[in-house]
Design a protein around this ligand. Structure first.
Ligand code: B12
Length: 251
């Protein structure tokens, strides 16, 4: 089992000691950071600190040094945001601090995006993506979009707080065969189901496959509301998009 002493970055060790109380979250966090490079830990630490200049600089340096964009995303940016999420939930930090961390995450993503989106392959399908009505969380959705574009999809991003009408309009306008919805709040998750119902009411449900995701969403919830698929992260989102559109998945 990984030990906290396996983590080289002192700031990360202190954050775990001080703020992560639940044993399973502690174990998971220690496991992630114990196998990550010092450069990734430094990015995560700067993100937790809400220091967007440092995140920006370290992300660029890591990519220049040849570290894979996916590694920087998973072990630097997303791993750091994991600790932020736990501190926020436990009321150790509040919205202004989380906003600073989100800004830092975006500063890093600005370097990752062109790499993940620049696969230069022929478009394999069009996808509409948006965060549902009432929900302003867009980091996860944006990561999915980056990965989808990197895999060759054309993505229309409807942004956040997207009403069922806006989703319907976009599908009608673009004739996209696939729609992805993101929700991060238990209070906004039902708006995914409402959007699906709106497609049924508009007689358009058969025209479009619908996939859903976001931290509180589960396969069971997706099945209950009649979605065609659920993905737990950005990689799963791409695999799901391919399978829903019948694109051959190369192993
Ligand atoms: C950053 C953040 C914010 C930022 C958002 C900034 C931004 N531009 O997105 C700000 C500060 C604005 C914010 C505000 C609020 N937040 Co907030 N926030 C978070 C936090 C810390 C991180 C979310 C995140 O970005 N995660 C990182 C990304 C990479 O993960 P992800 O979003 O899950 O996405 C991945 C997968 O889910 C999947 N995925 C996502 N979408 C899709 C879509 C498809 C189709 C597929 C296939 C996959 C997929 O792939 C992604 C990449 O791997 C979470 C904590 C958490 N643990 O989630 C709380 C959290 C979501 N927030 C929470 C709350 C309560 C709020 C507020 C209500 C706080 C307040 N009192 O005002 C407001 C609500 C504002 C609103 N109306 O939306 C709660 C929700 C609790 C609940 N049960 O509903 C959480 C869980 C924190 C907590 N208390 O534990 N928040």
């Amino acid at each position: 089992m990984a030990e906290i002493t396996d983590i080289t970055n002192e700031f990360i060790r202190q954050e775990i000691e001080e703020y992560i109380e639940r044993p399973e979250e502690r174990e998971r966090t220690i496991k992630t950071f114990s196998k990550s490079r010092p450069e990734m830990q430094a990015i995560a630490a700067a993100l937790i600190d809400g220091d967007n200049d440092t995140v920006s600089q370290l992300t660029r340096q890591a990519l220049d040094a040849g570290i894979e964009a996916l590694e920087v995303m998973d072990y630097g940016l997303i791993a750091g945001m994991g600790i932020v999420g736990i501190k926020f939930r436990q009321n150790f930090i509040f919205v202004p601090e989380v906003l600073a961390c989100a800004r830092a995450m975006k500063a890093g993503m600005a370097y990752i995006e062109p790499i993940l989106s620049a696969a230069g392959i022929d478009p394999i399908g069009t996808v509409i993506m948006g965060t549902v009505k009432g929900d302003l969380h867009d980091i996860g959705k944006n990561l999915c979009i980056m990965m989808l574009r990197g895999a060759g999809f054309v993505v229309h991003d409807l942004g956040v707080d997207t009403s069922p009408d806006k989703f319907i309009e976009a599908v009608e306008e673009t004739k996209a065969p696939l729609l992805g919805m993101s929700a991060l709040l238990t209070t906004t998750m039902p708006n995914m189901g409402k959007t699906i119902d709106a497609f049924i009411d508009a007689d358009l449900r058969d025209e479009v496959k619908i996939m859903v995701g976001g931290a509180p969403v589960t396969q069971e919830f997706a099945d209950d509301m009649g979605a065609d698929g659920y993905g737990k992260d950005a990689l799963a989102c791409v695999a799901l998009a391919k399978s829903l559109l019948g694109v051959e998945v190369k192993s």
